[in-house]
Design a protein around this ligand. Structure first.
Ligand code: TMP
Length: 203
């Protein structure tokens, strides 16, 4: 089973992941928790460039770096795990590219598809999208740490990203489950846990 988590800055993905890790460990259900960008050795180097405020990147170059990270991730971590029938949860995946590079950086959807489709990335069985008003998420992110190259973007960038995620959720309702992240962390966790368990039982 391949599950992905999506959401904008400060949406609560990291907190949710901590809850899920503890829960599945206690239940003795094996899950591999992984993330993008930066799950592999090459990916870590790419992540450094991608988040570095002092690096100016054209949106197309940014996309190529993210896709190189994903290709390494899929070939070296995700596919081998799925082949062994292991469960994988990835913090960010393909939807991030359509939301951030497509809507955020205003890259044309057709151009993005042309870059992405030949890579044959597997479709997740389930995607949990944590939705939060942009102002709330950015306030949380700013309180947490110094801002990276994405986080320091203007508010319109994040508004386009949120709208894009909501569109993606509508278009892919068979796969994307949206959780209102203004709920408390326990409620968000319980909603995500129930949806994941339902998916496990279906398979
Ligand atoms: P993180 O803060 O969730 O670890 O992600 C790092 C940043 O990378 C985040 O601001 C979103 C961005 N990103 C994209 O812009 N496109 C992508 O495809 C992915 C995977 C991440």
């Amino acid at each position: 089973m391949f599950i992905t988590l999506e959401g904008s800055e400060g949406a609560g993905k990291s907190t949710l992941i901590e809850h899920l890790k503890k829960y599945f460990l206690k239940k003795n259900i094996e899950f591999i928790f992984t993330k993008e960008p930066g799950a592999t050795k090459a990916g870590l180097e790419l992540r450094k460039i991608l988040l570095d405020k002092d690096v100016d990147l054209d949106p197309v170059s940014e996309t190529f770096l993210l896709l190189a990270d994903r290709l390494e991730h899929v070939r070296k971590i995700i596919y081998p795990a799925l082949k062994e029938n292991k469960n994988v949860i990835s913090d960010r995946y393909l939807d991030s590219t359509y939301a951030y590079q497509g809507a955020g950086r205003k890259m044309n959807k057709h151009d993005l598809d042309t870059m992405i489709k030949p890579l044959n990335f597997p479709e997740p069985d389930l995607t949990i999208y944590l939705d939060l008003p942009v102002e709330v998420g950015l306030k949380r992110a700013k309180e947490r740490n110094s801002l990276d190259r994405f986080e320091e973007e203007e508010i319109g960038f994040f508004k386009r990203i949120r709208n894009s995620y909501l569109e993606l959720a509508k278009e892919n309702s068979h796969r994307i489950f949206t959780i209102d992240s203004t709920y408390g962390e326990t409620e968000v966790f319980e909603l995500a846990r129930d949806r994941i368990e339902k998916k496990i039982n279906e398979n």
